[in-house]
Design a protein around this ligand. Structure first.
Ligand code: GLY
Length: 336
């Protein structure tokens, strides 16, 4: 079984059927599954293992949930040889990855990623973590899962809004490093992306490739990995200030806003910005901020991605090429 991508020499990403891939990947190890009731209802039959159920939604991404899972693992008598398998979207995999990294100082773990957002971003790359007081991923670690299975079949049951959220990260990845995929997206409709599994698998593959190549160079985000935060500086501020937008919707808005800023600063051709905006609107994203810009900029100052008085902005220069601009927080007003 050959992985589609290998990240940091240890983490294998497979794009294919979880049902077919899983048995060989876990072998005869003791497996404990971490998942939620909805996923268990849909895919429980392919998971004949002990299970720990967790709640749904961003509000469960907390240290309390970590503690609850640890208590359940102790009750089950899980030891260092136990393999933790997280099945679900980015929230489940982020929390389970953190638990696996710290329970008894670390267990082997893997993911079956069942949302588009999870497949193209959250579950690949080894970032695990939970939120504190609404600040995203403030406690966490970089630990690579042994494997990630991205099963396109699991995406057919996603509600349209959740599916669209994942598309935002695919568009983002194409702007960072795959102009051919951006052009393919420009020729595709939302409905085609939802129903054409070949097109969708190609889009997932493209986003995972862009991410895997970057994480290979810079796992711990001291350089190029920052590129993956295109659109995220303002997106995190939007998510922090308003409940109106989910992560993907906020990333789409943040990407459009940074394109506007890049045009204003003379770093991006306005025709390229117009292509990005047209594509995002055609895919169904709303690009009006639910929060005034002044409030967003205030939040940006508190983002954990900012280092002291400095902030790293990811600026598109053309489709397929972005660069990191480091500026003082006070300069943000010149950009937006
Ligand atoms: N989501 C950005 C990263 O994994 O670095």
């Amino acid at each position: 079984m050959n992985p589609d991508f290998i990240v940091r020499s240890t983490s294998c990403v497979y794009i294919g059927s979880a049902r077919e891939l899983l048995p060989a990947l876990v072998g005869d190890r003791r497996v404990v599954v971490i998942t939620d009731a909805n996923i268990d209802r849909l895919y429980g039959d392919m998971l004949p293992y002990e299970k720990i159920m967790v709640g749904r939604g961003e509000s469960m991404k907390t240290l309390q949930t970590v503690e609850q899972i640890v208590r359940r693992l102790i009750a089950l008598g899980a030891d260092r040889k136990t393999f933790l398998l997280a099945v679900g979207g980015g929230i489940v995999t982020d929390v389970a990855g953190l638990v696996a990294s710290i329970y008894m100082r670390g267990l082997s773990f893997g993911f079956i990623s069942t949302t588009l957002l999870g497949q193209v971003d959250a579950s690949v790359g080894g970032k695990n973590g939970v939120n504190i007081d609404g600040y995203k991923n403030m406690v966490g670690c970089f630990t690579q899962p042994e494997f990630v299975i991205c099963d396109p079949q699991t995406l057919t049951s996603l509600p349209p809004r959740e599916f669209r959220a994942g598309l935002a990260e695919i568009v983002k990845a194409s702007i960072i490093g795959d102009s051919a995929m951006f052009e393919r997206l420009e020729r595709s409709s939302f409905e085609e992306l939802r129903s054409d599994t070949e097109l969708l698998a190609a889009a997932v593959r493209s986003a995972v490739r862009v991410k895997a190549e970057i994480v290979e160079r810079d796992e711990r985000e001291s350089g190029d990995r920052r590129l993956l935060n295109l659109g995220h500086t303002l997106a995190h501020a939007v998510e922090k200030s308003s409940r109106e937008m989910n992560h993907g919707e906020a990333v789409a808005l943040g990407t459009a806003l940074i394109c506007d800023a890049a045009v204003k600063m003379g770093l991006l051709d306005s025709a390229v910005r117009d292509r990005v905006v047209r594509l995002l609107i055609r895919l169904g994203f709303v690009l009006a901020s639910p929060v005034p810009m002044a409030k967003l900029l205030k939040e940006v100052g508190k983002d954990k991605k900012s280092e002291g008085a400095q902030i790293h902005l990811i600026v598109p220069r053309e489709i397929g090429r972005c660069e990191v601009h480091t500026l003082a927080k006070e300069q943000l007003g010149e950009w937006f």
